[in-house]
Design a protein. Structure first.
Length: 278
């Protein structure tokens, strides 16, 4: 249907005998990896973000076109109008809107079927991926990060404010990345020492470095707290949150709708440094 729901509602069938093993929701669409490694998507498809070879909206789960001969998906991330997946050979395939190069195939041509990105680097492979509004970033097998797509606010982390149509290495992270999250106009990673580094738009403090200054290279957040480290990370439109190793949560950035989780927020609009939720 096209009826809004305010309680959990089962999707239509994912296919005979099929179950979901991973899921990601984009701007107006959702995609899931199924137990056989195929991908099924549904929702808005104006730019081919469902990957089924059409631009027809779908209100039931619909299989994407082939990911490549013998290829299956192992990780997936949906952006605003595009989708990217890591395949079982650790390459990356993307589909959907490509106006800023967010599909990473060296063009700005929209794709309505899965399309391999350009090379991630000599002998480099992807181990994690996250899609933002108009950019995509992947952690590579050596702990470095490569990004592509819209870079107008420094969210590609390569020291420029330019778009990149092919995977481009992020500047020095100060460590190896182990988890990544791309927001609307910013990107953050957890490093192997449990610290957090972010780059991109920072007007609401979503980089957590105590300033509102935009950054086009990775920048460490302020302290997460004494003797704590980050173990999981998520980015929203203009805010960032991490789960800490003691099970607490710390957030920073835009707080207009109390997105940072403080029980007494005193009408604060933004927080520039990590602060525990309550």
């Amino acid at each position: 249907t096209y009826t809004d729901r305010n309680t959990p509602t089962q999707t239509s069938s994912l296919g005979t005998g099929r179950t979901a093993v991973a899921i990601s929701s984009g701007g107006y669409h959702t995609c899931a990896i199924l137990d056989d490694g195929s991908v099924s998507c549904w929702g808005k498809n104006s730019d081919g973000q469902l990957g089924d070879g059409t631009t027809t909206n779908r209100n039931t789960p619909t299989q994407t076109s082939s990911l490549g001969t013998g290829r299956t998906a192992v990780a997936i991330s949906s952006g605003s109008l595009h989708t990217c997946a890591i395949l079982d050979d650790a390459s990356v395939s993307c589909w959907g809107y490509n106006g800023a190069g967010q599909l990473g195939d060296g063009t700005t041509t929209r794709r309505n079927t899965p399309t391999q990105t350009s090379s991630l680097g000599t002998n480099r492979t992807a181990v994690a991926i996250s899609s933002g509004y108009g950019h995509t970033c992947a952690i590579l097998d050596d702990g470095s990060v490569s990004c592509w797509g819209y870079g107008g606010h420094g969210q590609l982390g390569d020291g420029t404010y330019q778009n990149q149509t092919t995977p481009t290495l992020v500047a020095d992270l100060g460590g190896n990345a182990i988890e990544i999250a791309a927001g609307r106009l910013h990107t953050c990673v957890i490093l192997d020492d449990g610290s957090v580094s972010c780059w991109g738009s920072n007007f609401a403090g979503q980089l957590g470095d105590g300033t509102g200054a935009e950054r086009n290279v990775p920048t460490q957040t302020d302290s997460l707290g004494e003797n704590v480290t980050a173990v999981n990370i998520a980015t929203g439109v203009y805010h960032t949150c991490v789960v800490l190793n003691d099970g607490t949560v710390s957030c920073w950035g835009d707080n207009e709708y109390n997105a940072l989780g403080w029980s007494n927020w005193s009408n604060a609009r933004e927080e520039l440094s990590p602060r525990l939720t309550e």
